[in-house]
Ligand binder design. Sequence first.
Ligand code: UDP
Ligand code: MG
Length: 209
Amino acid sequence: MGSNVDAANMEETRSALREKNPKIVFVLGGPGSGKGTQCASIVEHFGYTHLSAGELLRAEAQSGSEDAPMIKNMMSEGTIVPSEVTIKLLAKAIMKNENDKFLIDGFPRNEENQVAFESITGIEPEFVLFFDCSEEEMEKRILTRNQGRLDDNIDTIRKRFKVFVESSLSVINYYNSKGKVKKIDASKPVEEVFEAVKAVFAPVDDKSG
Ligand code: UDP
Ligand code: MG
């Protein structure tokens, strides 16, 4: 019975989401590439709402819900949680918020995530912001950020890099083939990276030259 109620709720959320039809920017890049940091600045300057798929999953893993143990296990291994779980959390977060423009950070992480999101929500991203950073730099950042994350240990970091290269890069390539990727050199200091980010979000007026 519980699952019938769930299914009904999900169907409602879906049609509400299709009706809302929010503007979505996917923010992608390897672990430690600076997605969360830059999203905070984008929110401040450009009025988006930031949704981190990883944060939503971490909260769900702590919630004691039916899915919590599975999510916790998968995150500690750096593997990708089933699409319907992540999409449900994202859909709820979008519907709970009055804003109509969202940064979705750290999702879609594989082709299945991407296909499922578009078919369930009917929404295509405006564009994809891709933070391009070397593994060496990303590893250094994660090992010094001390956010108390269980997956920020060297073994899981290596697994997350592997998953990024094997599963997530293909999503970036897919959107690149559709001309939707704005690539940012994310190896630089935070302020310099944000200058490049600003150029993407600021209204473009290049008619003058
Ligand atoms: N994760 C997932 N699906 C998502 C986003 C995150 O399964 O759409 C899981 C995955 O196990 C990942 C972890 O959550 O390694 C942490 O993701 P987050 O984006 O917070 O970390 P990042 O890799 O960006 O540092
Ligand atoms: Mg993050």
